[in-house]
Design a protein around this ligand. Structure first.
Ligand code: MIC
Ligand code: SF4
Length: 755
């Protein structure tokens, strides 16, 4: 039986009326995304149509999920909100903090020992406030959500950008910062700009070596890392229906890499099969009563151009397997074309590691298909050239894959089986003793992200993203340019052998099995539970409120850093070794912007302190300005803050005295995080004004006192030679968001309202 079945029942009970009301106000057939959005309006039935890409709308999500690395900050904030219990079903998951080093059992034990204080904190906060807790080793958040909580037509938010994975089960599931989660858990509305809609029509059928991963690798190539910003991507067509539910999850999961608000698929038989296999026939029974509302209207899918803001068509019959990378997930190359491109760009052709799994590609189907390749290597007498690492996404899948012999197949190839956790995907991979000086090399993995240093901390690791079956083939061959469709390999006997296309099972024939799923239900009455945070802790720190705005202009601000080129949340607040400080704002602030490339000189973590003229590290320089009472600003390029939902990337600069982040464009979650934490997140009205910013400039806002929705702000930039420029800045703050700014943060406002 499913968790929270009464809640699901209540959601479906509202569907027919609410969809009818939405159809009336919108005045035309509806996409699935619109149905889900309009049935989840905070104010109930729709009374007006909202302008996509423009109107701010209040929503009422059905549930909240948080992972350990972001939950700490989310829950530290929630503890300040003054509520006794969460208002909607919520869960926290211990997965990101576990390091991958020696293999599953040892890593898990070490992870528990090292993070004991944090896990105890999370466990007790969850217990107290009515939040379900998935203990370390249980699995990665997004797989747990798919296996237990996601339901077609539901809406959820989660403090991780890959929350979008639940779109594979027909949800609108959106990644947010912790402060957004606090709103919903505190029983308030959750605000989002009405997303634009991108339709992806999938014709044909996947076959041979092509996998669901290749669909999203192709979409990423087409749309780039910012092409989905502010949009929901809805997949439909015969190719969508013929794909497994977990395959759909993979596509939605990696949709975070194109900046999409989320991605989703209509309710179909693959979802019914998956729900039944994961012990939720009760959800199928309920969903079937409103099935027509859990997918887009037929007219929409017949004439998508009339209903979506943008339509992409992909023919699965001709889609080739892809390898995306290095350093960015949208740089796509079809296998078969890699040799030319890699040689031209000097990418290492020898592959050292093949990593399979993570939250996006560790379903039973993925492991079974990859194992079918591994098995051939043994049977055909091939020696594996690269090392194999397997990262199961869930204990249920791991346990079942072990029972059915897949893990043994990988072990026969000397694979390392890591714990069910994020591990190598989030820099929790102790691959080198000195990553900074490690050699240039290539790896392939089936994860989502391949930003510099992401997996192992080595800036010279060229990481390429591919489907699990391609990763297996490439790891066996040890070559980045291996094309299993056409190429042969030499086996131990000197014979030329070819790998047959992968085969596998969508779902386990004998059903899923698991010993201990690792779930801890919260106390019925948590009022007596005390949450302790030691004042001496290096890992946890109670929050003190950010100061409110004094209503005046900001004057005399200095440039902390002008970041050039890609500046993801990994550049702003690195993960890996820093994950240990995610619950301690002051300590984690020592990684603030250390990965950003300084536009003046191209170095990382080196800026000039304008007060002394000397060079220093970014966090130390920020602290020096703060100590001198001088506000500072950060300037950035396009898609600033791409990647993770981690609000640390907004809280750290705020904590260190940065008052404004001015960029060419923002990634959605990061822009909201800045607003929530009482920062000015602004964009250049003229992009080329970015070039006017000099290293030793002084900044004065001249009309901040008139900060209002839709009104530009004026920035006076005084250069060292006495000349000056006036720069116009755009913003997207609405009235309520300006109130957050005024109060110093959204949380300050909630607290004030509660008092
Ligand atoms: C990621 O994939 O980058 C993470 C780690 O899961 C992040 C969350 C975090 O930084 O804790 C995300 O995607 O939101
Ligand atoms: Fe974990 Fe990687 Fe998935 Fe993020 S993308 S949730 S780090 S497995």
């Amino acid at each position: 039986m499913a968790f929270d079945i009464e809640m699901i029942k209540a959601v479906y009970a509202k569907y027919p009326e609410r969809v009818a009301a939405a159809r009336k106000v919108v005045g035309k057939p509806l996409t699935l995304a619109e149905k889900i959005l309009y049935t989840h309006l905070w104010d109930g039935e729709a009374t007006q149509a909202y302008e996509r890409g423009n109107s701010y709308v209040d929503f009422a999500p059905d549930r909240v999920a948080m992972q350990d690395a972001t939950a700490q900050m989310a829950l530290l904030q929630f503890m300040q909100a003054g509520k006794a219990k969460v208002a909607v079903p919520s869960t926290a998951h211990a997965d990101h903090l576990i390091q991958a080093r020696l293999g599953a059992d040892k890593d898990l034990q070490e992870g528990i020992n090292k993070n004991n204080e944090v896990f105890n904190f999370l466990s007790s906060v969850c217990d107290k406030y009515g939040i379900g807790f998935w203990k370390p080793g249980a699995r990665i958040i997004h797989q747990v959500v798919l296996e237990n909580y996601a339901f077609p037509g539901g809406m959820m938010i989660g403090t991780d950008s890959h929350t979008v994975n639940a779109g594979g089960l027909g949800m609108v599931a959106i990644g947010v910062g912790g402060a957004d989660a606090v709103d919903v858990m505190a029983g308030m509305a959750w605000e989002l700009k009405m997303p634009k809609l991108i339709g992806v029509k999938l014709t044909g059928k996947l076959h041979g070596w092509t996998a669901p991963k290749d669909v999203i690798l192709k979409v990423a190539e087409i749309l780039t890392v910012k092409g989905g910003t502010g949009a929901i991507v809805e997949y439909f067509g015969e190719g969508a229906i013929s794909m497994s539910c977990t395959g759909k999850g993979t596509i939605c999961n990696m949709g975070a890499e194109i900046g999409a608000t989320t991605s989703t698929f209509g309710y179909d038989d693959s979802m019914r099969r998956y729900l039944k296999a994961t012990d939720r026939a009760d959800v199928v029974e309920l969903a079937d009563t409103v099935a027509e509302h859990l997918t887009g209207d037929a007219e929409v899918y017949a004439n998508p151009e009339q209903y979506f803001d943008q339509v992409i068509e992909i023919d699965l019959n001709t889609l080739m397997p892809h390898l995306n990378g290095p350093f960015t997930p949208d740089l796509g190359t079809e296998v078969g074309k890699m040799n030319e491109k890699a040689t031209k760009n000097d990418w290492p052709l020898d592959v050292e590691w093949g990593l399979i799994g993570s939250c996006t590609n560790s379903s039973y189907e993925d492991l079974s298909r990859a194992a079918s390749i591994a098995k051939q290597a043994v049977e055909k007498g091939l020696e594996t050239k690269a090392q194999f690492g397997i990262n199961p996404g869930s204990e249920q899948v791991r346990f079942t894959a072990e029972r059915d012999g897949f893990l043994k197949t990988f072990e026969d190839l000397d694979a390392t089986i890591f714990t069910n956790a994020c591990g190598p995907c989030i820099g929790q991979w102790a691959r080198y003793s000195d990553p900074k000086n490690a050699p240039k090399n290539s790896i392939v993995h089936s994860f989502n992200r391949n930003f510099a240093k992401r997996a192992d901390g080595n800036p010279n690791t060229h990481a390429f993203v591919a489907s699990p079956e391609m990763v297996a083939a490439i790891a066996i061959s040890g070559r980045l340019d291996f094309n299993p469709i056409t190429d042969t390999l030499t086996n131990k006997n000197g014979e030329q052998v070819k790998l047959d296309p992968p085969v596998g099972d969508e779902l386990p024939r004998r059903g899923f099995a698991v010993d201990d799923n690792g779930y801890q239900a919260p106390a019925e009455d948590g009022s007596g539970i005390e949450v302790v945070v030691s004042p001496d802790s290096k890992r946890l720190q109670l929050l003190s409120p950010f100061p409110a705005w004094d209503g005046g202009n900001i004057t005399g601000a200095k440039l902390l850093i002008k970041a050039q080129g890609k500046c993801t949340t990994d550049h702003i607040s690195m993960a890996g070794p820093w994950l240990q400080y995610r619950g301690h704002l002051d300590n984690i602030s020592n990684n603030c912007l250390i990965g950003a490339v300084n536009a003046f000189g191209g170095a990382t973590n080196e800026v000039v302190n304008q007060l002394t003229g000397s060079k220093g590290e970014v966090p130390a320089t920020a602290r020096a300005y703060k100590a001198a009472g001088v506000p500072s600003i950060v300037v950035g390029d396009h898609n600033y803050g791409e990647g993770s939902s981690r609000e640390h990337a907004a809280m750290e600069p705020r904590h260190l005295g940065v008052v404004a982040v001015i960029v060419k464009s923002f990634a959605r979650i990061h822009e909201t995080n800045l607003k929530k934490q009482g920062m000015l997140g602004l964009t250049f009205a003229n992009e080329s004004d970015y070039d006017k910013i000099k290293e030793d400039d002084t900044f004065n806002f001249t009309d901040l006192a008139e900060f209002a929705p839709g009104k530009q702000l004026t920035l006076e930039v005084t250069h060292a030679d006495g000349s000056s420029d006036t720069i116009m800045l755009n913003h997207t703050y609405n009235a309520q968001q300006i109130d957050w700014y005024r109060a110093g943060s959204a949380l300050n406002l909630i607290k004030a309202q509660n008092n």
